[in-house]
Write a protein that binds this ligand. Structure first.
Ligand SMILES: [Zn+2]
Length: 392
């Protein structure tokens, strides 16, 4: 026999007494069956309640095809025939009610403001998603939909949840067709939205508190709207606000002026990068000239050097300057804690094979890298003596 569901008539009911009618199983887990329950079992995209039965934690609540509600209790089950006291965990239930009611309202508002029909919705533990049939959504229309929902919340309308008679049902302006054929339950948010639904909802729209849209993305050819409601919406907006205030403190400005600070930093970064590029090129010209002079004095066309913590860009700039001289070979390395970043390049007319040389070096000393005859890059262990292995 199906379990009497107290939450249908009173979603605010958080404690109740009931008789244990059976010990059963749901899947491979033992369960407790009561004659009546205020626990909402996971169904219709809404997670089940948590709470206690005579102080024993209820970890999950499920319903089978026969309408029997299974309470999955941690520890020993209360005996059949006993009267037990059930208590629903309030925070989780109230959040689910706010999210679920918010979902109905937002689905309606998206239809009104963006002509976007809800094809599916998912109520997670902390956030919800609504997938609509459109491949794109106008952000301004979505913002209007969010605003509309919050106005209905402010209007504090009554949310009526009931089982209409078939005749009554036929006259109702349902937003979508029911998923079941009998015992159809309807949720009417003050006439704003009328939908069939078996879940738990707030009894007045003001209990939703706030609906805030946190994401809008393409998903499998449709659009997915992610939103928060109730206390989690307040907490999320509070956390975002605090993060912005902390950032603003770093910029010595107000929270709403942070973007100016970021733009300023970005402009400074671009200018600094440009200046660094110019300075690097000038340095490379001068340093290459000095290295080429040393090599010439030693009667060699190999120009080898090792720099401390030089960037790849620096090595590249130096290689370009050195190999501008025909017949030269640039053998450059940057030493850091991780090892030697090496770069080899040759000038026009040189027969030196950069790739083959580096391959032989990694074969002897370890490391990795490779390249063509005219240019090669790689990494060697920090213990390698660069001056010794690059000597003629
Ligand atoms: Zn619902």
């Amino acid at each position: 026999m199906s379990t009497a569901r107290l939450h249908y008539d009173d979603p605010l009911l958080l404690t109740f007494d009931a008789a244990v009618v059976a010990h059963a199983r749901f899947g491979d887990r033992p369960s407790v069956v009561l004659d009546r329950t205020a626990f909402y079992p996971e169904s219709g995209g809404q997670l089940g309640d948590e709470g206690t039965l005579d102080g024993r934690p209820v970890l999950d609540v499920q319903v089978d095809d026969a309408g029997v509600v299974h309470h999955l209790v941690d520890g020993e089950a209360p005996p059949v025939g006993a009267t037990v006291h059930g208590a629903i965990e309030r925070t989780r239930r109230r959040l689910h009610m706010a999210l679920h009611t918010g979902q109905h309202m937002l689905s309606r508002a998206l239809l009104d403001e963006a002509r976007a029909e809800t094809v599916s919705s998912r109520l997670g533990a902390t956030a919800c998603t609504i997938d609509v049939h459109l491949a794109s959504l106008d952000e301004a229309a979505v913002a209007r939909a969010e605003d509309l929902v919050n106005r209905v919340i402010e209007d504090d309308v009554t949310v009526r949840q009931y089982f209409p008679t078939p005749d009554e049902l036929a006259t109702l302006p349902l937003r979508r067709a029911p998923k079941v054929t009998e015992n159809i339950r309807v949720v009417d948010v003050g006439g704003f939205d009328v939908s069939p639904c078996g879940g738990t909802h707030c009894t007045r729209s003001s209990q939703v508190g706030l609906v805030t849209i946190t994401g809008l993305e393409r998903y499998k050819g449709k659009m997915r709207v992610t939103f928060l409601a109730g206390r989690v919406a307040q907490r999320e907006l509070g956390a975002r606000s605090k993060s912005l205030v902390d950032l603003a403190r770093g910029f010595s400005c107000g929270p709403l002026d942070v973007h100016h600070g970021v733009e300023r930093l970005r402009a400074e970064l671009t200018a600094t990068r440009d200046a660094l590029g110019v300075a690097r090129a000038q340095w490379a010209t001068l340093y290459a000239r000095a290295l080429l002079d040393d090599a010439k004095r030693a009667g060699s066309q190999r120009v080898a050097c090792v720099l401390d913590d030089a960037t790849v860009d620096t090595l590249r700039a130096l290689a370009v300057e050195i190999t501008a001289q025909p017949g030269t070979v640039a053998m450059l390395a940057s030493r850091s804690a991780e090892g030697l970043q090496v770069m080899l390049a040759r000038g026009a007319g040189s027969a030196f094979d950069c790739g083959a040389w580096l391959k032989a070096a990694t074969a002897s000393h370890g490391g990795r890298g490779g390249g063509r005859a005219d240019r090669a890059e790689g990494r060697l262990p920090a213990t390698v003596d660069w001056a010794a292995i690059t000597a003629d």
